[in-house]
Ligand binder design. Structure first.
Ligand SMILES: O=C(O)C(=O)CO
Length: 350
């Protein structure tokens, strides 16, 4: 193409969609280029992508090292990532102007610089709804494991501590007749409330920015954060990590809770001041905690949390039902394909 020809097509090319297709075709394969940040993404989504895209995969079942990510992502039209991959300005720069979509296999998107993506016209896909049941189920499992001390009891059974049935041994508070406080009353908070209600709880309280009409279904009552802390026997954190919720659970919050309270977190470790929680557990300011999320992840083996009998720690498995993870993978792939084909994404972060 000569200079005159280039000038003639330039306005057409610089319409972003057209430019992207032009650059894609320049790759010579006629297929979109998608970077996948791990080798162990569930197959469904990967198979869907393979039909229309060339995939570049980090070839190990561990998070792609940052330097490798920055080196390999150049020229991608889409990124299929997970919550372990920080998607910031450096990654977007390294990917370059061909990048149209970042899709994460998670409902949380605190690892993505949303503003920077917006500025560059890069669309963002995520996986709401499809992991709600799995995460709510895990939240209840963690709550009951913590309150009824299942890991501790199993340890005793396996190591000779089970001498005989004993009337007060391994006791913990029941859910029936209790007050449960849920912080963050979105999809997952509401799903937790529905499950908790079936345990014959006395009251369900929730703290959320806005009033939720869905609360009628469970009779959950909207209260202030302080009211929730002081009145609940179980405090469950289900809110997203945003600047307003960063270390929401701090020393002052733990001190407001009942001394018999049990704290459960299945959202993000960053919602908790972890040193304050460790102190509260060591001093029996609260009874116990069940954590599926921590800071950092993985939690180092020498963390005091692992030494505390009144703390149950899980390795961030909230959404880890087989069904949820497969559906999340397919939804992530469909988000990418829709964005690359300039159509409506099934779950776009608006
Ligand atoms: O999807 C998320 O944000 C998760 O934390 C998965 O467990």
């Amino acid at each position: 193409m000569n200079y005159k020809g280039l000038v003639a097509v330039a306005p057409y090319l610089f319409n972003s969609g057209t430019l992207c297709k032009f650059i894609r075709n320049m790759s010579g394969t006629g297929k979109y280029q998608v970077y996948v940040t791990r080798s162990d993404m569930p197959h469904g989504g990967i198979e869907l992508l393979k039909k229309q895209c060339n995939l570049k995969l980090w070839d190990q079942p561990s998070p792609v090292p940052r330097s490798e990510f920055l080196k390999s992502v150049g020229g991608a039209n889409g990124i299929f990532c997970s919550l372990t991959d920080k998607i910031d300005k450096d990654v977007l720069d390294a990917a370059g102007p061909t990048l149209k979509v970042v899709a994460t296999i998670s409902v949380g998107y605190d690892h993505i610089d949303v503003q920077e993506c917006r500025k560059r016209g890069i669309r963002i896909g995520y996986t709401p709804d499809v992991l709600t049941d799995a995460t709510a189920e895990l939240t209840l499992a963690l709550l009951l494991s913590t309150s009824r001390r299942l890991p501790e009891a199993q340890h005793e059974a396996k190591t000779g501590g089970w001498v005989s049935w004993a009337p007060t041994w391994m006791t913990g508070p029941g859910l029936a007749g209790s007050t449960v406080g849920i912080v963050g009353f979105g999809r997952i908070g509401q799903a937790v409330a529905r499950r908790v209600k079936s345990f014959n709880t006395k009251r369900i309280l929730y703290y959320n920015r806005s009033e939720k009409t869905e609360a009628k279904e469970t009779g959950a009552i909207k209260v202030t954060f302080d009211e929730l802390l002081t009145q609940s026997d179980f405090v469950i954190c289900c809110c997203a990590l945003v600047p307003d919720t960063k270390e929401l659970f701090n020393k002052a919050a733990f001190e407001k809770m009942k001394r018999t309270a049990i704290f459960i977190n299945t959202s993000r470790g960053g919602t908790v001041d972890q040193s304050a929680l460790i102190e509260a557990l060591q001093n029996n300011t609260i009874r116990a905690a069940g954590l599926d999320v921590t800071t950092p992840e993985p939690l180092p083996l020498d963390s005091p949390l692992f030494k505390l009998k009144n703390c149950v720690v899980l390795p961030h498995i909230g959404s880890a039902s087989i069904e949820a993870r497969n559906t999340m993978s397919e939804l992530t792939a469909n988000n990418i394909l829709a964005a690359l084909n300039e159509s409506e994404m099934p779950a776009e972060l608006k």
